[in-house]
Ligand binder design. Structure first.
Ligand code: ARG
Ligand code: ZN
Length: 875
């Protein structure tokens, strides 16, 4: 079945009030739902009421308190149909269903994780709990009563505010929660179990006192304090930057160890993958701390962008996700270094969204059709969706952007709306016509910009030719011209931006060129000397850019551009070009060779004190193998790319050994660990240097020393990765791996790092290594974090291992995906997207990948999730 945007129609019936009573039992939970149902005006009573279900059995049904004749309804696992409804507009439906939470391995609906009852309802999990109008435009006020055994579940949580609690017979107790804010069913949540907590309070700008709590397994409370700090900073930031206050008396967060995604923004009761809550210096890396900060903020920000204003239907997913990612990006940029944050965002976008947009799974930010909505929680909806909001801000400027957001909050509070409603707010406050711009929501594919410049000294003119094109994708064969805002500068020889007397050929305003036609020839007048053009500054538009420029000009920008993102980009482009050339040489049986300046410059930038350490670490980080593969685009040989990158790392490492060695030493300050951005930056720089030093000297000594003396996980995990990746067969590596395993045996989240490091160890024996680790006592196919650490990392980040020339990596993934799929279709479908770029591989690998995909698609009783991914990938 295919769902289509154009088929949307409002529901005939609404459910203004929902009253739920859960008698929680891990094997047999009884759910009683009392629904106040209302027929929409103009809808006749003989219109059937059709409620969604998923795997349910109905135990009893009452309408207005009376039983219903068998002939008047039909209940199957997937739906409950009431053939006609009472004459009065409002009536009450009481239904009882039973579920077995401990048997729920899909982790959707009500399930048990480590003895704790919890729920995940987005997108369509509520229908696994009771029959309901399980669609985001049906908003309801919930009252929830939870009953459970007091011993095993002293803690009973749901959405909203607590209103009542007390004792029951047989050692059981109850709690009642009331959420005054009407919400869609996907935001429903409950948690019941025995957990420890950290508590805090927050007073909102207008003086509301909010009780905050983060619940974790007993004994892990200390590891939740950073998350609590991040929560309070998020709450303050949303008031200051967006004027958004919290709206309940309590805000609860619960960390669970079995969770399909990162976290979930249930109203007043966020549920988190414990990976994004738990952190301390000994067990978490700086990356973990940054992720926790970002995801705590993301889920909190959903309270306004997602919960108070929600989506009309699931085609509008980016309305809440793209916007909320944009908000969490801005938050992190304000908390840390803006330039470094931007570079990291762009790396993520290119690594995850570009391949999606350029392959068989490409879809618009606002899709028009889907078979399984779970497969649309994608990098395109989230990350490109965020870029589109960022571009709106670029087009309008800070003040009008804020005015548009204010109007959106004011006009649509309490509603379920569309992207069109969102865009209209910005058009109204600015008077701008965003019709062409809105194609960013509706048209898939990464636009490509080609550009070249010419200077005419006699005419004192600089001419810039810019052309756009958008390649065809499965959703649209022919593309319309887009409105692409390109931030730019004409950099003079002193490094300053040159001013000009005017420009024609395109709208050029506030440092932005507005590309709207296929081709623009822009003439900048009154330019006294040849400038070097810096284009797409700050990555103002999510495009691929081929800018004709000499290596000298790029190096000039790497040294002098006053936009820090573009400095990084210029150097990154130089690395990329050198690596592509080296890859071709290696494939042609020649030695890789690199330009001298590219080998010497890293020492210069590493010790440039005018730049922050975190920034220098980013500048020194070479493009990943997948980056080079994407740039090459077709007939890819991952082994040659790997050899090229290793060659460049080694060449830089030995050329810069002196400087890098001293700096690596100097950065080991012995200071006590703090997770702030500045200290994290120094650790990041130190770790990049370690990678080069080890490659340059060809010995594991530096890494072994760092591993042995490390007093924090950032230093330790980085040293372990260098050992395992560069010296997989050395005794030092074996010893470090064994020590790490021994030390963190009892801590699954830390052991995930050990799995990851081995899953990403390059080379043909990676498949066997990963197979072997699946038998490790700490590994389990039932836990998404374990699966992602070992299998997911192998498939997405081990280019030489997964893409082994004989196809064994593909066969392994196909087999594993099928094994997981039976219990957890969502997780299996996620893993299978590792196949998405198969057509860009060289011939033999393509054939092997096609066969592996065919094996999956021929399996019988395939889940909707996996079938959808595999069929689109093969199409
Ligand atoms: N809304 C969640 C977020 O914060 C993601 C939940 C997705 N869950 C799913 N089963 N598809 O981004
Ligand atoms: Zn989200």
């Amino acid at each position: 079945q295919v769902f289509r945007l154009e088929d949307y129609g409002p529901s005939d019936y609404l459910i203004p009030e929902t009253d739920l009573t859960f008698q929680l039992d891990s094997a047999d939970t009884r759910v009683e739902a009392r629904l106040t149902v209302e027929r929409r005006d103009g809808v006749a009573a003989d219109r059937p009421l059709i409620l969604d279900g998923d795997g349910l059995t109905l135990e009893s049904l009452l309408v207005n308190g009376a039983p219903v004749a068998e002939s008047d309804y039909e209940a199957t696992a997937d739906r409950l149909v009431l053939r006609s409804t009472p004459p009065a507009k409002r009536f009450e439906l009481t239904l009882v269903t039973r579920t077995d939470p401990s048997a729920n391995k899909a982790l959707m609906g009500l399930y048990v994780s480590n003895g704790v009852f919890c729920t995940q309802c987005e997108a369509e999990g509520f229908r696994r709990i009771t029959y309901f109008l399980d669609r985001p435009d049906v908003l309801s006020v919930y009252r929830v009563c939870l009953e459970a055994d007091r011993k095993t579940a002293p803690l009973l949580l749901s959405n909203g505010n607590p209103t009542d609690s007390g004792e029951l017979e047989h050692g059981r107790h109850f709690a009642v929660w009331h959420d005054p804010h009407p919400k869609p069913s996907y935001l429903f949540a409950l948690v019941a179990g025995d957990l420890g907590a950290v508590h805090d309070t927050f007073t909102t700008a207008s003086g509301r006192d909010v009780t905050l709590a983060i619940y974790v397994e007993h004994g892990k409370e200390a590891r939740a304090t950073y998350a609590m700090d991040a929560l309070k900073r998020s709450m303050r930031w949303d008031e200051e930057r967006f004027g958004r206050e919290y709206d309940l008396d309590v805000f609860n967060i619960v960390a669970v160890s079995d969770f399909n995604m990162g976290a979930m923004e249930n109203k007043g009761l966020n549920i988190f993958n414990d990976k994004y809550v738990l952190a301390d210096p000994e067990t978490a890396t700086d990356m973990d701390f940054a992720n926790i900060e970002a995801i705590i903020a993301h889920e909190y920000f959903h309270n306004w962008t997602g919960n108070r204003i929600t989506c009309r239907d699931w085609f509008q997913l980016c309305l809440k996700e793209g916007l909320t990612v944009y908000r969490d990006h801005e938050f992190s940029a304000d908390q840390r270094s803006r330039a470094v944050k931007r570079i990291a965002e762009v790396r993520t976008l290119r690594a995850h969204q570009f391949p999606e947009d350029q392959g068989p799974l490409a879809h618009p930010v606002r899709p028009r059709r889907y078979r399984e909505i779970n497969n649309f929680y994608t990098a395109t909806v989230y990350e490109k969706g965020s870029e589109v909001v960022r571009m709106i801000r670029t087009l309008l400027g800070a003040d009008k952007f804020r005015a548009g957001m204010d109007l959106y909050f004011e006009r649509h509070d309490g509603q379920a709306v569309t992207i069109e409603d969102f865009v209209r707010c910005f058009e109204e406050v600015s008077g701008a016509d965003l019709a062409q711009f809105a194609l960013w929501y509706h048209q898939a594919g990464t636009p490509n910009i080609t550009a070249s410049g010419r200077y005419n000294g006699r005419a004192r003119e600089f001419t810039l030719e810019i052309e756009q094109s958008v390649p065809p994708t499965p959703s649209e064969a022919r593309k319309r011209l887009m409105h692409i805002p390109l931030a730019f500068g004409l950099v003079g020889s002193n490094g300053e931006d040159m001013t000009f007397d005017g420009a024609d050929g395109a709208t050029v305003e506030d440092g932005v060129i507005h590309v709207r036609k296929r081709k623009h020839v822009i003439r900048f007048k009154g330019i006294g000397a040849r400038p070097v053009v810096s284009l797409n500054r700050g990555f103002s538009a999510p495009v691929t850019l081929s800018l004709e420029a000499s290596a000298e000009d790029r190096m000039f920008l790497a040294r002098h551009d006053n936009d820090l993102f573009s400095r990084w980009q210029a150097l990154n482009t130089l690395f990329t070009e050198a690596l592509i050339e080296a890859t071709q040489r290696i494939r042609g049986g020649k030695e890789a060779a690199f330009p001298d300046e590219l080998l010497a410059y890293p020492a210069e930038i590493a010790s440039d004190e005018t730049l922050g350490a975190a920034y220098r670490a980013q500048a020194l980080t070479l493009p990943a193998e997948a980056d080079i593969a994407r740039e090459i685009g077709s007939s890819i040989d991952p082994d040659a790319i790997h050899a090229a990158i290793s060659g460049l790392r080694e060449a830089i490492g030995s050329q810069c050994a002196g400087t890098f060695g001293e700096l690596h030493e100097a950065l080991d300050s012995g200071e006590t660990f703090t997770p702030d951005a500045a200290s994290a930056g120094r650790r990041a720089l130190r770790n990049v240097l370690l990678d080069y030093l080890s490659a340059g000297t060809g010995t594991p000594e530096h890494a072994t020393r760092q591993f042995e003396t490390a007093d924090n996980m950032t230093a330790m995990a980085a040293a372990l990765a260098v050992l395992a990746h560069q010296f997989p067969h050395s005794p030092q590596t074996a010893q470090a791996l064994a020590q790490f395993e021994e030390r963190y045996r009892g801590n699954p989240l830390v052991l995930d790092k050990w799995f990851m490091v081995q899953a990403t160890t390059p080379g043909p024996d990676a498949v066997e290594r990963v197979r072997g680790l699946m038998a490790h006592e700490a590994f389990s196919l039932a836990n998404p974090n374990r699966v992602r650490a070992l299998i997911g990392t192998f498939a997405s980040a081990n280019q030489t291992g997964f893409h082994r020339a004989d196809g064994e990596g593909y066969r392994f993934l196909a087999e594993t995906v099928l094994a997981i799929e039976k219990d957890n279709p969502q997780l299996a479908a996620r893993l299978a997207i590792a196949f998405r770029s198969w057509r860009s591989l060289e011939k033999k690998r393509q054939e092997h990948a096609r066969e592996a995909l065919a094996t999956i698609s021929q399996a019988k009783e395939l889940s909707r999730d996996l079938r959808d991914i595999v069929e689109r990938t093969l199409a």
